[in-house]
Design a protein around this ligand. Structure first.
Ligand code: TXA
Ligand code: MG
Length: 304
């Protein structure tokens, strides 16, 4: 495929490629090339001490990046890769500070998208990729979102269609012995516990900078309200009485809401909406991650 060849050429030359994954689009660069990795931060406007996820094509590359692979990490990797799970390991020698933000750990994931898996396997090295949005904006779930956000700062966007899940990967720290969830995502706590056979803790505040975990990080310009079928009516009347332009999102199915959420938030801003009222998903499966992002989007903000 021609675009795949172009993507390989660009990566080998130290350029940036927008890559589709099952979660959200990533902004990829050769994880072994410090100049290329620095370009990611410049393109996103992201602080340099926020670490990146290194995407791999096969599990055989694990030891190039991870110093040690504890038993629970193997179990999780076997069960969920390729898939929406990012594992944090102690980093192997030679892993760039540019990638880890200077931390002694590294985040690794094998994504589940045919085009990007092919790219990773042909490239043969790791691809460092944060979500392909401007710093502070919502993650992109289509190739067009990436172009809208980054324009000429990205050399090529591989179009793999709309993302199947629409919400970022679950991040699990396996560098400290017992696995700890740092960010809820496409794989639920229940799924993790089912394959591990024991309870997994959720950490609310990480020592390492996890940019996606800042409150109000996922916020659009429109005010976000999380509502129930009961509170929706009274709140809409109140907002309409103030002369505000509002939009409702009533998707009871959490998977469908996950798939559409970031696109809807972007659309609400394009249409100049003042407020967006989103029906609260049930806190099960991917609903937990959706609720986490909604709470961040709805959090009161400085400067806005
Ligand atoms: O689904 C996803 O995870 C997408 C796709 C493209 O793979 N990527 C993504 O990357 O969401 P990003 O950079 O937007 O979010 C990754 C999060 C950041 O909050 C980062 O701080 C955290 O992972 N992270 C990366 N390395 C870490 C480390 N060594 N320790 C703790 N957190 C880390
Ligand atoms: Mg992000």
């Amino acid at each position: 495929m021609q675009s795949l060849d172009s993507a390989l050429r660009i990566l080998n030359a130290g350029g940036l490629v927008g890559i589709p994954t099952e979660t959200v689009y990533g902004l990829g660069a050769d994880a072994s090339n410090p100049q290329a990795v620095r370009r990611i931060f410049a393109a996103k406007g992201r602080p340099a001490d926020h670490p990146l996820i290194v995407h791999l094509g096969t599990v055989s590359q694990l030891h190039t990046w991870a110093k040690e692979v504890p038993a629970p990490a193997w179990v999780l990797a076997q069960a969920f890769w390729p898939g929406p799970l990012t594992l944090i390991f102690k980093r192997a020698e030679g892993v760039l500070d540019e990638v880890t933000g200077g931390a002694d750990t590294v985040a690794l994931r094998i994504p589940d998208h045919p085009l990007t898996l092919q790219l990773l396997q042909q490239f043969g090295r790791g691809i460092a990729a944060p979500s392909a949005n401007k710093y502070g904006a919502v993650s992109p779930t289509t190739a067009q979102h990436v172009r809208d956000d980054l324009g000429n700062a990205v050399d090529l966007v591989l179009d793999g269609g709309p993302c199947r899940l629409g919400i970022e990967s679950t991040i699990v720290d396996v560098s400290r012995g017992m696995p700890v969830i740092l960010r809820p995502g496409g794989i639920s706590q229940q799924q993790l516990e089912d394959v591990l056979g024991f309870a997994v803790q959720v950490e609310s505040k990480s020592a390492v900078k996890t940019s996606g975990q800042d409150m109000s990080h996922y916020a659009p310009n429109a005010r976000v309200y999380v509502v129930t079928e009961e509170t929706d009516k009274a709140l809409s009347e109140e907002l309409l009485a103030q002369g505000l332009k509002i939009r409702h999102v009533l998707l009871a199915d959490a998977n469908e809401l996950a798939r559409q959420l970031y696109g809807l938030l972007r659309e609400a801003d394009e249409q100049g909406m003042d407020a967006i009222l989103i029906q609260e998903p049930r806190p099960e499966g991917v609903g937990v991650a959706v609720l986490d992002r909604l709470q961040r989007a709805a959090a009161p903000r400085k400067n806005k």
